[in-house]
Design a protein around this ligand. Structure first.
Ligand code: 2AM
Ligand code: CA
Length: 289
């Protein structure tokens, strides 16, 4: 073939998963390199709701990378949405029917990050017409990368993840988190803890929803519940769990979708018992009409 007739190589299909991994790894390394050097600490709605220049910088980094590869895709990121549940729900309502929507939490576990407690993560999910098709959670402290593709399984460093096998609450290690809203969610959370603690092996509250969900996927936790979360905290983790054989619903037992804020995520075996205990304790986070 004549040199001038050669067609230049054009990348026609870029892997969504490869881009998600690249973004999570790059942002994760950068976040870790800035550990302990946070200069400006701002709060969103209260002194408990922290945001740093690292959260904002990491989100910008991820946005740029995604848009370099997929300029037509939409992006929903924690740091680009105003504070509070209303703002998140509104942003999600507008974005959820986008053909391709990336859902980013640049630092999940910001409070831990600020305090130097090594349990935080980068969470990146891609939804196609509202259904999560790729989920990546990266833990820079342990250099653990959890990856899931819809219908193709979930992996941590190339090894398939599988949920734990225990079938009873009494053999289960659970995790939860404490939402900031104090008038309604706090008493609900206390009621849930009080009902569950005597029934299970123990309960942890590590402070990163995404990482807790990755741990359920990997069989390190049997289940996790938390009230008042946002789409970016759980979208990637939900796919990790589903692709590892587990179950994800809201606290009323309805199947997971992007708008779920009160979440129950388990190995499947203990799901109904966990739901029932929360319901009996009136600790689902849903107000009675
Ligand atoms: P973040 O660190 O990205 O804010 C811990 O219980 C979990 O709750 C974390 O995933 C944390 O995510 C999330 N979280 C913290 N503040 C929150 C808020 N105001 N609303 C909803 N979720 C919050
Ligand atoms: Ca988060």
């Amino acid at each position: 073939m004549n040199e001038k007739d050669k067609v230049p190589y054009v990348v026609t299909s870029k892997s969504y998963t490869a881009v998600a991994i690249n973004c999570a790894a790059k942002a994760g390394e950068w976040i870790k390199s800035r550990l302990g050097s946070v200069k400006q600490l701002s709060t969103k709605v209260s002194s408990q709701d922290l945001v740093t220049e690292v959260d904002k910088g990491a989100e910008q980094m991820i946005r740029k990378l995604i848009l370099t590869h997929f300029p037509d895709h939409a992006i929903l990121g924690e740091e680009s949405v105003g504070p509070g549940a209303e703002a998140c729900m509104k942003a999600l309502e507008t974005a959820k029917n986008e053909p391709y929507l990336w859902i980013i939490d640049p630092v999940d576990g910001t409070t831990n990050y600020v305090h130097g407690f090594p349990f935080y993560s980068v969470s990146i999910a891609l939804a196609h017409h509202g259904e999560v098709i790729v989920g990546v959670v990266y833990d820079p402290s342990r250099d653990e990368l959890f990856i899931a593709e819809k219908g193709k399984g979930a992996y941590v460093h190339g090894n398939p993840t599988l949920v734990a096998k225990e079938t009873t609450l009494s053999d289960s290690l659970l995790a939860t988190g404490f939402p900031l809203e104090t008038s309604f969610n706090l008493p609900q959370n206390m009621a849930g803890l009080q009902a569950l603690l005597p029934k299970v092996r123990n309960v942890r509250a590590g402070g990163s929803a995404a990482l807790h969900m990755a741990y359920v996927a990997a069989g390190r936790l049997n289940g996790y519940w938390e009230l008042g979360l946002n789409a970016w905290d759980v979208a990637a983790g939900a796919l990790l769990i589903q692709e590892s054989g587990g179950q994800v619903t809201d606290t009323a037992g309805r199947p997971y979708d992007l708008s779920v804020r009160n979440i129950v995520a388990t190995n499947g075996e203990i799901h109904d018992d966990l739901l029932e205990t929360l319901s009996k304790a009136e600790a689902t986070g849903f107000r009675k009409d």
